[in-house]
Write a protein of this length. Structure first.
Length: 241
């Protein structure tokens, strides 16, 4: 099984070198999608030989970075794609846990920060983030017959064939929600594995109007509604492979 680990980065000069060092212990092939960083991230990536790099000249958003990762992966002969963040929340040592769970009966393995508690030291989870996660996760489960506990965790492992069936277009933070709607529509087989809930920076923000919890919740619901409208239209006139 040939593995590619993809990491979207935006202004991660504080974490990128250490994260890449740890990821290499578990994945020799690493793709970094530099989503328009304006700090020293690009310079640090140039120094790190052997990386696969996709560069966005301007910041396009979290979803756009993952879309570039999917496109890059599907143009190669790697078998499995792991995606993870670069802000210290995802522990590279958990990559083998995701891969072990990605058996022949599973299409996507998704990390969950709410399956169980770990003893790692972390700042408390911001209350608004936990509450919104719980609300959106419950709504996805009820509406689409999913059985997930963490709708937003970006630490995932994908098999190649199921990933070709998804058509992600949401460029922002709500991209995982569009993915869940499409995965449910296609009947993809999903498994969750527990990962630690780690918060290192209580001041880290989404940016713009999404810093407001009410606006953020409304945006997430719009993404779900739009995703459902799209797959419903495709159900009448199939356009997703």
């Amino acid at each position: 099984m040939r593995l590619l680990t993809a990491i979207p980065v935006y202004n991660e000069e504080r974490h990128v070198a250490s994260v890449l060092h740890e990821v290499r212990r578990h994945s020799p092939h690493i793709l970094v999608v530099n989503d328009g960083s304006t700090d020293r991230t690009a310079e640090l990536l140039r120094r790190d030989k052997g990386l696969h790099i996709v560069t966005h000249e301007r910041n396009q958003g979290y979803g756009a970075a993952l879309m570039s990762a999917f496109e890059y992966f599907l143009a190669t002969d790697f078998d499995v794609l792991v995606t993870m963040d670069c802000d210290g929340q995802h522990e590279p040592a958990r990559i083998p846990v995701l891969l072990e769970a990605l058996d022949s009966e599973t299409d996507i393995v998704s990390g969950s920060r709410y399956l169980r508690d770990f003893r790692q030291q972390s700042l408390p989870t911001p209350a608004d983030r936990m509450q919104i996660n719980q609300i959106i996760t419950a709504e996805l489960n009820e509406r689409f017959g999913l059985n997930v506990t963490d709708a937003f965790c970006g630490f995932k492992a994908y098999r190649r064939c199921p990933l070709t069936r998804l058509s992600v277009t949401e460029t922002g933070w709500g991209m995982p929600l569009q993915l869940w709607v499409q995965a449910a529509w296609h009947g993809l087989r999903i498994k969750e594995v527990a990962v630690p809930r780690v918060y290192l920076d209580p001041h880290r923000a989404f940016g713009g109007v999404l810093n407001d919890a009410g606006q953020r919740l409304a945006y997430y619901r719009r993404v779900i509604a739009d995703a459902w409208a799209e797959v419903s239209a495709c159900n009448r006139n199939p356009c997703l492979a």
